[in-house]
Design a protein around this ligand. Structure first.
Ligand code: GTR
Length: 419
């Protein structure tokens, strides 16, 4: 190209992209309202940068996904896993028993993955066939989901317990986070497993969990624990494809907090997940990193050095250099329905930053012909806004409540049951 023409084109492109960035997102959206931002004149990257039509989205999508994989969560070492032929296998068909006065079956098959036993806890509406399901990790072991003596206490490493061992006394301790009967009453199955079955949640130099099957430590752009857990969810979905009671084309992946980050990354990588739910996922999940409100990139990488890939540390106190922000992670779900939920007292997870991600993913949904998030401004507390993107900020703090499940069931019934 002639040099003058080149400079002219560069000038036009430059001016156009500055204008696009400014109309796309005024700085006020990034800046936390309650504190002085240390990021100056910072803008959100545009998920639709360089594209104009729906046909161009898949290539742009893959470009964004690869950036997240390389700079943040880490790539799955597929070649190494293939070399040792890692696949999910059924180890034990497990027992089934009727619960909730006969309206559900509790079923506990065991599958293996890279030498690890994954103990599944499945609740099926009675006489299930091709039933839609929620797939969600639990934090403390299956025995905490429901108080039932037939649910084995996990023998794997657990957090915050003496000797990192779980105990029978904790049966049902997490039951308030699992609206099992309500899920069944809405015609859904629930599949849960303990995330520590896949990889224990501590900085173990990648020696434990499924990593033990691979001889060496991951490179800078290779998976951290969140990517490993997300990969584990996809392998459980491989297994669910063989289960006639469950419709593998209507599996919603759900997670809370670090497991909400995990659910989002699983949904981004595996388009078989029909719907994705992030509950209070915060920094590294739904919350915009550039706002630096509540937990920051530097804080999360310091407290949990094993969660992300090593490359993510380049962005400690350096968020402006990120080639993406978390609204683009939400956009990777498009056009599939995605729900982002916050809690008003959970400022560590930056509720407004989570809302803004959902809002700024909306242009991608609109390009693909759906509504995205109906709310243009942060909705009032306990007033959900639900289109193909759902969002709510409920009263209370960090956790999963009945209010959350009521809204997830409403949203999922609409999208997966046409109700
Ligand atoms: C916190 C962490 C959050 C969130 C939370 C959780 O300590 O800072 O990012 O993941 O743990 O998972 O409960």
């Amino acid at each position: 190209m002639h040099i003058r023409r080149f400079l002219m084109v560069a000038l036009v492109v430059g001016v156009a992209s500055i204008a696009a960035a400014q109309t796309f997102n005024p700085r006020d959206d990034i800046k936390p309202k309650d504190e002085e931002s240390t990021v100056s004149n910072d803008r959100l990257p545009d998920p639709l940068s360089g594209i104009e039509s729906p046909a161009e989205w898949p290539a742009r999508r893959e470009q964004i996904r690869q950036l997240f994989a390389t700079e943040m969560f880490g790539n799955v070492p597929t070649d190494k896993l293939n070399a040792i032929k890692v696949k999910v296998k059924v180890k034990d068909q497990g027992t089934r028993k009727s619960i909730f006065g006969g309206k559900a079956t509790m079923w506990q098959p065991v599958v293996t993955l890279a030498g690890r036993d994954l103990q599944l806890l499945i609740f099926l509406p009675s006489e299930s066939k091709d039933t839609p399901a929620f797939l969600a990790y639990n934090f403390h072991g299956n025995h905490t989901v429901l108080d039932d003596v037939d649910i084995p206490v996990t023998e794997h490493w657990v957090r915050n317990k003496p000797g990192n061992r779980a105990s029978a006394q904790d049966r049902g301790n997490g039951a308030s986070r699992w609206a099992v009967e309500k899920i069944i009453d809405h015609g859904f199955a629930l599949v849960t497993l303990y995330y520590g079955d896949v990889d224990p949640d501590f900085d173990d130099g990648f020696a434990n969990g499924v990593h033990a099957a691979l001889a060496d430590k991951p490179a800078g752009d290779q998976w951290g624990s969140i990517a490993t857990w997300a990969w584990g969810l996809s392998r459980v979905l491989d297994y669910l494809e063989t289960v006639p009671e469950i419709d593998e084309q209507r599996v919603a992946v759900m997670g809370h907090s670090r497991l909400g980050k995990t659910a989002l990354w699983a949904g981004a990588n595996d388009e078989r997940f029909a719907l994705v739910i992030s509950n209070n996922s915060g920094c590294g999940g739904a919350a915009l990193s550039r706002r630096r409100s509540g937990e920051t990139v530097a804080r999360i990488n310091t407290a949990f050095p094993h969660w992300f890939c090593k490359n993510f540390a380049h962005y400690n106190d350096n968020e402006a250099q990120l080639p993406f922000d978390q609204h683009m992670l939400i956009a990777l779900m498009a056009p599939r329905p995605v729900y982002v939920a916050s809690a008003v007292e959970d400022t560590w997870a930056d509720p407004e930053g989570e809302f803004l991600s959902a809002k700024h993913a909306t242009p991608v949904y609109q390009l693909l012909g759906s509504e995205g998030l109906p709310a243009k401004e942060m909705p009032a507390v306990d007033q959900p806004s639900q289109g193909s993107i759902g969002y709510h900020v409920r009263s209370g703090g960090h956790g999963v409540t009945d209010f959350d499940w009521t809204e997830y069931l409403k949203f999922s019934s609409k999208h997966l049951l046409n109700k």
